[in-house]
Design a protein around this ligand. Structure first.
Ligand code: ATP
Length: 324
């Protein structure tokens, strides 16, 4: 079965003056993904998402949305987007990239109503449905200027959902929220993804939060996408193991299986075995190797947690928020 992509970019670049805010980014977001774009402040996340959402025009590179590609670049937005297949596909995107310009003296419902009319959406009920969905129905007559940060974010998500999108692009939606607000947004993302089959691209510099929901990750540093990988691959990379270096891995493997019943191990190279279970029996295993005539050159418990892994990738000043 071929993979269906919602977004693919190739060498996407945005230059401001001489500085590449986004530098040759080739990203692949598959249908059904919750894709976490991770990077420090100033890494280029917003600029990248703006290009995807059609709010900024690329200097170079291509964007493919739902299989429709546009290779044109141009000096103005109109040059770039005119009659483009991509632009039509953008109607299928809901985005929260820049703070929507709310009317602070109006209620959430009135604000949504204005968006509905501006977009020419005829289904009148949609505004109430969206407010219910983001749990803002209770806000009633409260004016948006008196909303908490979390309420404003949820209203922003309601705005982004009003066109019934297939793809949601959200820039740091949990920025500045307290733990309960963060959880609400997280639960909302999961519902949208699982129940409404919406593909989500979400940026954050709070890694721990994304690690609870993301199915795929992209790491952006100084404008460049330095890594892209699935959640399973991340788990694999962070796996703890007992690593032994021996002269004869075949004999060592036999001992593991026959004496200890251990099957969860691999042999990444000629002299190395990684054992992914029974860490508390490491000493007994080592003795059994030695008794079995195996030259044991090294034995250690290795492994990295998610936090350590990201810190290595991004530098120590990143905020991990793991455990939030
Ligand atoms: P943050 O989380 O702080 O918003 P970010 O990862 O989203 O960070 P961007 O806002 O995309 O990063 O900024 C990337 C780089 O591009 C920064 O160095 C920023 O100063 C620069 N930049 C962004 N927009 C412009 C602009 N309109 N003109 C000039 N430089 C810009």
């Amino acid at each position: 079965m071929s993979t269906e992509y919602v977004l693919r970019t190739q060498n996407l670049t945005k230059t401001y003056g001489r500085h590449n805010a986004v530098d040759n980014v080739s990203m692949n977001v598959r249908k059904g993904d919750i894709y976490g774009l991770i990077g420090k402040n100033g890494a280029g996340k917003t600029t990248f998402l703006k290009m995807v959402a059609g709010l900024a025009n690329p200097t170079q590179g291509t964007i493919e949305l739902f299989g429709k590609k546009d290779t044109r670049t141009g000096r103005t937005k109109t040059d770039w987007f005119r009659k483009s297949g991509v632009e039509l596909q953008r109607k299928r995107i809901g985005c929260l990239v820049e703070e929507p310009g709310y009317y602070p003296g109006m209620t959430a419902l009135d604000n949504l109503e204005i968006v509905r009319r501006n977009l020419g959406i005829t289904e009148k009920d949609i505004t109430k449905k969206m407010l219910e969905f983001v749990k803002l129905s209770d806000a009633g007559k409260k004016k948006v200027r008196n909303f908490s940060m979390g309420m404003k974010q949820r209203l922003g998500i309601a705005v982004s959902l009003i066109r019934n999108p297939d793809f949601l692009v959200l820039d740091e939606p949990i920025n500045g929220l307290d733990p309960s607000g963060i959880k609400e947004i997280r639960d909302l993302m999961i519902t949208l993804n699982r129940e409404r089959q919406i593909t989500i691209l979400i940026s954050s510099h709070i890694l721990g939060e994304l690690s609870k929901i993301a199915t795929r990750y992209g790491i952006i540093r100084d404008g460049a996408l330095v890594e892209e990988f699935d959640a399973e691959a991340l788990e694999d990379r962070c796996k703890r193991c007992q690593k032994v270096v021996v002269d004869d891995t075949a004999r060592a493997a036999k001992i593991l299986e026959e004496r200890f019943g251990i099957r969860n191990y691999d042999v990444p190279d000629e002299h190395v075995i990684r054992i992914f279970e029974r860490y508390d029996e490491a000493e007994r295993i080592n003795s059994a190797f030695v008794m079995g005539g195996i030259a044991l050159r090294e034995s250690m418990l290795v492994g990295q947690d998610l936090e350590g892994y990201f810190m290595d990738l991004l530098g120590s000043d990143i905020r991990t928020g793991i455990g939030l």
